[in-house]
Ligand binder design. Sequence first.
Ligand code: AMP
Length: 286
Amino acid sequence: MPTLFKKIREVKNYITSLKCDGNKSIGFVPTMGYLHEGHRRLIRESKLQNDITIVSIYVNPLQFGPAEDFERYPRDLERDLSVCAEEGVDAVFAPTDEEMYPEKPLVRIEIEGLTDIMEGAFRPGHFSGVCTVVLKLFNIIRPDRAYFGEKDYQQLKVVQRLVKDLSIPVEIVPVPTVRDEDGLALSSRNTYLSPEERQSALALYMSFLLAEKLIRSGNRDPEQLVGAIRDFISRHEHVKRIDYVEIRDEELRPVKEVKEGDRILLAVWVGDTRLIDNWRVGDAQV
Ligand code: AMP
């Protein structure tokens, strides 16, 4: 079993002892728990590259809007601890809200052109909350490397820019999205979906394949491609609303003509569940 820490002071002491003990390299995997195969992939990557792997499990209230799913977000620490044990995680940091935020943090982090688009436009304050918790966790854990999934591509780009602009001494390691056999990107939020909704949710993945086909047949116009993706997705039952579909370059800048390496990013409501997914153009042979 990994050692479980709930207190900042205790995990800090543990880290200090690791640093004194031959300066062990520390890999860090921040999560909100309810661990699945996607998280396991991050953990395995960290295990390969570091002496010690630490996982944090914390549903960060700062990154949820008032009308969002903070209360109903799935939580199961016991199960998460056994997943971590199976994967050979060394330590788990699972603080309470009082431990993390004895006072409401007043700091606000914004990254121009990055935290105000797509997820940031539809979830005001979301990335400020993400940046605050990530920076705080980095200061507590002081990792050599930290692992982030491409599943949350915009979050990955935000964290990379935060680290770059503030010279935070950590290497950010991106990990490709893990999907179910039928293509649905794994997410703790998939547990909200009924079997019928889950079937409709496949439209997200299928729309990426459709876009690949159109791109290969010579359509490189982002507006037309976005239109085709929207049409395709909205034809599916249970699809309540599309928040956005965008095609941007690798660094999330707008594009005039779509090329290999660009990203298709989207957020769609299936029933009462908001799903996000993204795709690197050129990743499917269709
Ligand atoms: P979460 O617990 O959803 O906040 O995710 C914690 C980390 O796992 C983030 O860096 C996510 O991007 C990553 N992650 C979540 N789902 C997946 C997935 N299906 N494939 C790869 N990484 C993922």
